[in-house]
Structure formats: structure tokens, C-alpha cells
Ligand binder design. Sequence first.
Ligand code: ZN
Length: 198
Amino acid sequence: MILEKIKIKLNFPDPRFWKYFIGHQFILQPNERTILGNKIEVENDLHKKIIVFGSWYPYAYDFEKYSEYQKNIEIEREKKHEERKLFYENLKKEAIEFNNSLEIPVKWSSEIKQVLSGLSEKSSGNGWKKNTVRHIYLHESFSSGRLKREAKNFLCSQVKSKYSGNWSGTLGENGLEYKVNCQKCLEISNKLKTKNSK
Ligand SMILES: [Zn+2]
């Protein structure tokens, strides 16, 4: 990428100029030589070059190379986006598989406790954070031996949840797209599994 620092005579009466350009990339095509209606004078011959503002110093790039460069950035961005998408899709697939292997006798979903206090689960963008603890949230009451749980409670909570009834989350795709990782919830569900297989 050919990049040269250039000297431009900036004789703008318009004080908005720097405010307008600093921090924003602004590109002048080879055949375009006015900004905000002001003609700019360039020292070098820049017939086939474009001028890029975006810092205190304007630069000149070879027009074709710059287009190529931008195209590559776009391709790279698209690739990263696809990788990210795939990563979350796999994570979701794995979570659904894992959650389906838990043998909970009633309708349930994987939830975080904060959802119930009004915080949006989606606030982290894709709803997924490494440290988030996800529990088994029961939609229906059930009892198995000595274990009893009312509907709208977490499997790990012995006492009726204070959040009960205020559930404001969305079920999403069966509500199982996030892997349960609360150790207590998993312990209890394992006990249920052993019991069921007896
Ligand atoms: Zn739990």
C-alpha cells in the first residue's frame, strides 16, 4: 500500500473544518478537489490518487490500491463475522444437546437469575457471557421423592424464589439455547437422572 504524506494548502474560512474531519475518515476521490465548497490545493501531482483525511495529517493513496485495500478489509470483516456466527451457533447447538440430556420431568428453561430482577438477558448483545451462571428454571411444579419444587422456581433454590412471578425473560428457542452451568442445579438433575434409570 503506497501511502504518502502530502501537503495541502488548507485555507478554509470555515471553522467547522477540523471539527468535521478529525476522528472521521473522509475521502476525496481523484477528480474531487473541494471540501465544504472550498477548493483545496495540493502540492504534489495527485491525479490518480485519493486523499484521505481522518487525522491531523491528510494522506494520499494510490486510488486503485486503496480500493483493493478497502475491499480486503470488507472481506476480512465478513470472514470474522461468519466465524463469530459459527462460534455462537456451535455453542448454541452444544448447549441444546447438553440441556436435552438432562432429565427434568417438567417444562423448564435455562435462565439467569438476574433476568427476573428486570435486567435484560439480551443486554450483552448475543445474550452470552462466559461467567454467566445459568440455572434450571421450572415452569411447572413437580415432586420426585423428597424433592418438591413449585412452578416458577429454580431447581437449585430450596426456598420459593423471591423473584417468582416476575419472570420477564423470553423463552427463545425452547429456552434451552444456553448451557446450564449452575453446579447445584446440575447435581440435582443428576440425582433425578439416576432415580429415573433405576
Ligand atoms: Zn441453579
